[in-house]
Design a protein around this ligand. Structure first.
Ligand SMILES: Cc1ncc(C[n+]2csc(CCOP(=O)(O)OP(=O)(O)O)c2C)c(N)n1
Ligand code: SF4
Ligand SMILES: [Mg+2]
Length: 341
């Protein structure tokens, strides 16, 4: 049991638990853990008012390493537990941690409906494009051709895109960052936390054991600027180490194209300007990928605040959260339990 420090003194370290971290050396999960702990300290979060709820996977071990409340639940079901938690306690800051397998395979249906409901919580999807915990099988987000124990000749399936999936489910806040982006990630996480609904964040995460280097081009200090575009509301879409390329909309085909800036090329005035309230634009950005396009990082979509959650819009008549939690407590401690030694 960890001590509960007073909020005024909380640092990133105070959000770290006393549990031994069991991720492999070099796993991107460490960097995400660090960024989340920093985010919570920065925003003045309180350990006893924060809960991390996960499914199953390497990523889903996350709650053990936080000195907050936590549930390590069952495969793909974290959104259901988080929904119940939200209904029972309006005061908690709720974070769901899921993986590309947990959230997009077995938990796809649950995740989809959680996004539709838009209850106030953050959902972080650690996307390493592989099933890490079960020794490296290809996942729904694995790129075609991925060789793995379950696809020895290379996966033939098209890759699913978590941010596109989230937008399709009606998510009101959708963003993307990556494990090594220690300045970018906390800012994105803060935006998700501040959003008064479900903040969905895809975090590109390196698995050095089973899918090493999947995002090297995007996160590399040397070439990352050529393979990623950091979108910012109200700013023209420029990228490249020399900031010499941009994204332009071809109005005839309604597609995004990469253009060179400067002499003989396009000018800044020709470029798309990011509008994070534009759902159509967010959909296009969510699908950009290499080698022809940079991957979009940042807040892709943030619906104008005031969109009501399903619960706000359709309150459950007569729902009594206290009575419901008493009933659950009575069931859990009601006799048919056992002790595991
Ligand atoms: C009902 C059920 N089916 C299958 C499994 C096996 N299983 C455990 S974790 C996992 C996939 C995890 O992948 P992901 O969510 O991407 O997490 P990662 O380990 O990559 O972080 C699977 C298939 C399980 N534990 N329970
Ligand atoms: S298998 Fe991959 S995702 Fe899992 S802990 Fe090891 S490096 Fe991280
Ligand atoms: Mg995974």
């Amino acid at each position: 049991m960890n001590e509960i420090p007073t909020p005024a003194s909380l640092t990133a370290k105070d959000f770290s638990s006393d549990q031994e971290v069991r991720w492999c050396p070099g796993c991107g999960d460490y960097a995400i853990l660090k960024a989340v702990q920093k985010t919570l300290a920065d925003v003045g979060a309180e350990t006893h008012k924060t809960v991390f709820i996960s499914g199953i996977g390497c990523s889903s071990r996350f709650p053990y390493y936080m000195s907050t409340y936590g549930f390590h639940t069952i495969h793909g079901r974290a959104p259901a537990i988080a929904t119940g938690t939200r209904l029972a306690n309006d005061d908690l800051d709720i974070w769901v941690v899921t993986g590309d397998g947990d959230g997009m395979s077995i938990g796809g249906n649950h995740l989809f409906h959680a996004l539709r409901r838009n209850l106030d919580m953050q959902i972080l999807m650690f996307n390493n494009e592989i099933y890490g915990l079960t020794k490296g099988q290809f996942s729904p987000t694995s790129r075609p051709g991925t060789r793995s124990p379950s696809s020895p000749k290379g996966s033939e399936m098209p890759a699913a895109h978590p941010c596109s999936f989230a937008l399709g489910g009606g998510a009101q806040f959708v963003a993307r960052s990556a494990d090594t982006l220690q300045k970018h990630m906390p800012e994105v996480l803060k935006r998700a936390r501040a959003y008064p609904g479900t903040g969905f964040v895809e975090l590109l995460q390196n698995c050095p054991i089973y899918n090493d280097g999947a995002f090297d081009e995007i996160t590399s200090k040397k070439v990352g600027a050529d393979h990623a575009i950091y979108v910012e509301h109200g700013q023209p879409m420029i990228f490249g180490k020399e900031r010499d390329r941009g994204l332009r909309l071809d109005p005839r085909t309604l597609t995004i194209e990469v253009v060179a800036l400067g002499e003989g090329g396009a000018s800044e005035a020709d470029l798309l300007v990011h509008d994070e309230t534009n759902l159509t634009l967010a959909g296009m950005l969510s699908r950009l990928e290499g080698p022809d396009f940079p991957v979009a990082l940042g807040v892709l979509y943030c619906a104008p605040a005031g969109v009501k959650s399903e619960i706000d819009a359709h309150p459950v008549a007569g729902f009594d959260a206290a009575a419901a939690s008493d009933a659950v407590r009575a069931m859990v401690y009601g006799g048919a339990t056992w002790t595991v030694d």
